[in-house]
Design a protein around this ligand. Structure first.
Ligand SMILES: Nc1nc2c(ncn2[C@@H]2O[C@H](COP(=O)(O)OP(=O)(O)OP(=O)(O)O)[C@@H](O)[C@H]2O)c(=O)[nH]1
Ligand SMILES: [Mg+2]
Ligand SMILES: [Zn+2]
Length: 351
């Protein structure tokens, strides 16, 4: 398929970072997929499967290029030499014991947080995505799929709206293109949207319906608990024939947060506003006297579940930040030991 850099979402924010765009044109591209150490980069009219330069191989996981990044290739068009500054970055804390911040999608304008009108729907999960979206610097839209399977769509819309003041909510049956107008209205010619949400909610089905053709595989869900089968296995940036770019992200089993302290206030503005009226400035909104937040829960002005989730995210974030700080300190210590080792070798005249 032939496309221009403009079709790939090239806007002034990126061209301004290049000294001479004409000189760079051939070597400029956008990462569409990552396969271990290899990456697919879409350039003007062609695509290249490339490797990272030795300098980028030494970068941390979050600094290395990810899907959606704008990159400059070397003159042989076989290695990524430079990653342009990002406009936004959706990231999470990696699963398992090896904790590291992982870049999921770069340079996205909008995050479609996809959830379905069935047992899969959970306000707390949406709030988690919303906090990560605020931190990413993207605009969130909650997309409610499988409206055709529910006879009470309004209650799902109400619940979705309660997760963040003023949040945009779109409703669709992704199998029916006639229900996609609201969703389409968010996607401009150079807009990049990432699709996130649990496995089986219909992210890939939505992508295919918007494209009007089958760009990627979709799969069924388990009837008993409505859980998906993790059909999409890797992140990929797709160009819509009508313009706009969609990054399809596999359903994430675990969505751990870190570095979100600056963004919780965007999602939980109601709680943080109430907290300013608590008697104690360090109130934990637990059993303290004069707690305006607990009072709001008692008066049914604030959902107790929402308060519990806010506290849970705060706690989880604090634990993650502490362990990240410890890991960084260890890494620094390790780098020092290596450096000293080298120095001693040099002093002894060894190589
Ligand atoms: N009835 C109905 N079924 C839908 C809708 N959207 C998706 N589905 C079905 O849900 C199943 C899962 O859809 P996928 O698009 O593969 O889900 P996904 O979110 O991409 O899942 P992963 O790739 O595993 O993360 C498929 O059988 C779809 O046909 C919808 O709006 N209505
Ligand atoms: Mg999928
Ligand atoms: Zn309080």
């Amino acid at each position: 398929m032939s496309h221009s850099l403009h079709d790939l979402g090239l806007v002034p924010f990126f061209t301004q970072q290049l000294a001479d765009i004409d000189l760079m044109q051939e070597r400029l591209g956008r990462v569409s997929a990552v396969q271990r150490s290899k990456m697919t980069v879409l350039c003007e009219s062609t695509e290249h499967v490339v490797e990272l330069s030795s300098i980028l191989l030494q970068a941390t996981a979050v600094e290395r290029p990810t899907v959606g990044d704008w990159v400059v290739l070397d003159t042989s068009l076989s290695k990524i030499e430079q990653v342009l500054e990002r406009k936004s970055l959706f990231k999470r804390l990696g699963a398992g014991s090896h904790q590291e911040i992982q870049a999921i999608a770069a340079n996205i304008d909008i995050l479609f947080i996809v959830t379905s009108c069935n047992e899969e729907f959970k306000e707390s999960r949406l709030e988690r995505y919303l906090a990560l979206c605020a931190e990413a610097g993207a605009m969130p839209v909650i997309v409610l799929t499988k409206a055709d399977l529910s006879d009470d769509v309004d209650s799902y819309v109400r619940r979705a709206r309660s997760t963040q003041a003023g949040i945009a909510v779109e409703i669709t049956n992704t199998l029916d293109p006639a229900t996609l107008d609201g969703i389409r209205s968010w996607i401009g010619k150079t807009t990049t949207v990432a699709l996130v949400g649990s496995s089986g909610v219909g992210k890939s089905t939505l992508l295919n319906s918007l494209a009007g053709e089958s760009l990627t595989a979709t799969g069924g869900i388990r009837e008993q608990d409505k859980k998906g089968r993790h059909t999409t296995t890797h992140r990929e940036l797709h160009i819509l024939p009508t313009g706009g770019l969609l990054i399809d992200v596999p359903g994430m089993r675990e969505l751990k947060v870190a570095d979100i302290e600056g963004s919780l206030g965007t999602v939980f503005d109601d709680i943080e506003t109430l907290a300013r009226q608590c008697q104690f400035s360090d109130c934990q909104h637990d059993t303290e006297p004069g707690c305006a937040v607990q009072q709001a829960v008692e008066d049914n002005r604030l959902d107790g579940r929402r308060l519990l989730n806010y506290k849970k995210l705060l706690r989880e974030n604090a634990v993650a930040n502490a362990s990240l700080a410890e890991k960084r300190a260890q890494d620094r210590g390790f780098a020092k030991v290596v450096k000293q080792g080298k120095k001693i070798k040099q002093m002894k005249g060894e190589h």
